[in-house]
Design a protein around this ligand. Structure first.
Ligand SMILES: NC(=O)c1ccc[n+]([C@@H]2O[C@H](COP(=O)([O-])OP(=O)(O)OC[C@H]3O[C@@H](n4cnc5c(N)ncnc54)[C@H](OP(=O)(O)O)[C@@H]3O)[C@@H](O)[C@H]2O)c1
Length: 272
């Protein structure tokens, strides 16, 4: 397999991003890693990787980085925009602060790269931009509303971008990823044990996910669905969510409390 010459990866301090960094650096590929915190252990392990300190939400910093890389003739030919978070933002109440944090990271944190890349003049080589989306884009976890919304918007954006830039040197691609065991926040332990067991069965291992993403990144394919069995599981749960009254719709809080009707809550406030 022919690998890109220079790969930029966001969020390499753990999980998938770290796995990808290890793969590319191990294969002798030039890697630029964009992380929001310095990780001495990682930097000691990979002295040839260029570590850039930036939070993907810092729009100007990201733009300056892309402009600098382009002007110095060192523009990566592959961007893997992987950094992402999951948070509970909609359990006993909806938390707009957390919602914003997730949207700014998962959606804008990717678009902050897309904007300066699309502004580069006369690309002299093919540049691929890979977003890491999620099967959660098609199945709302009601308690993590921003995760669903951010990944759904990310997928929609990359669907449009990949069509718009078809036939140009800029190639927009996305991975619609199912469960991979990493440090990302996961709520399945809050539900009946069977759910996390099923999730485990349908997950893909980290090395497998890394291998598949590396391979996909070098193709002209626009979307990678990984793994397919999880995709069918997510579709089936989505159908059940739509068809079975109350199923996985967040009618109870995660610790099992029933939502109070609005009128009763107002009464409670009046009598407080
Ligand atoms: N694991 C799954 O089951 C799964 C499924 C579908 C999609 N995904 C997607 O895969 C991607 C990688 O997730 P993961 O599972 O590998 O999670 P992870 O182990 O938690 O890694 C997330 C990485 O993103 C970084 N990051 C978070 N916010 C950032 C910010 N504002 N600026 C820069 N870096 C930031 C984290 O840095 P810190 O170490 O500093 O926090 C970490 O390096 C995410 O986009 C996620 O949504 C994962």
């Amino acid at each position: 397999m022919n690998l890109s010459k220079h790969v930029l990866i966001t969020g390499t301090t753990s999980g998938l991003g770290r796995g990808l960094l290890e793969y590319y650096a191990g294969a002798g590929i030039q890697v630029t890693a964009v992380n929001r915190r310095k990780c001495d252990e990682l930097e000691a392990h990979f002295p040839r990787v260029s570590f850039r300190l930036a939070d993907v939400r810092q729009q100007e910093k990201i733009r300056d980085l892309i402009v600098h890389l382009a002007e110095s003739g060192d523009l990566p030919d592959l961007f893997i925009l992987n950094a992402g978070i999951n948070r509970v933002d909609n359990d006993s109440f909806f938390d707009v602060g957390i919602f914003n944090e997730v949207m700014e990271t998962n959606l804008l944190g990717v678009m902050n790269f897309v904007a300066p890349i699309t502004q580069l003049e006369k690309l002299s080589k093919k540049v691929s931009v890979v977003a890491i989306s999620s099967m959660g884009s098609g199945l709302p976890n009601p308690y993590c509303l921003s995760y669903h919304v951010s990944k759904r918007a990310l997928t929609a954006s990359f669907d449009v971008l990949s069509e718009m830039y078809a036939g140009t040197p800029l190639c927009f691609k996305q991975v619609v990823l199912g469960p991979v065991p990493t440090a990302i926040h996961d709520t399945s332990h809050k539900f009946p044990k069977i759910m996390s067991e099923i999730k485990k069965i349908f997950s893909v291992s980290l090395p497998e996910a890394v291998q598949s993403i590396v391979k996909f990144s070098e193709t002209d394919q626009k979307t990678l669905i990984l793994p397919w069995p999880a995709y069918f599981l997510f579709r089936a749960v989505r159908m059940a969510q739509t068809a079975i009254p109350g199923f996985y719709r967040g009618r109870k809080t995660m610790d099992g409390r029933k939502r109070e009707p609005k009128e009763r809550r107002e009464e409670t406030v009046k009598h407080a």
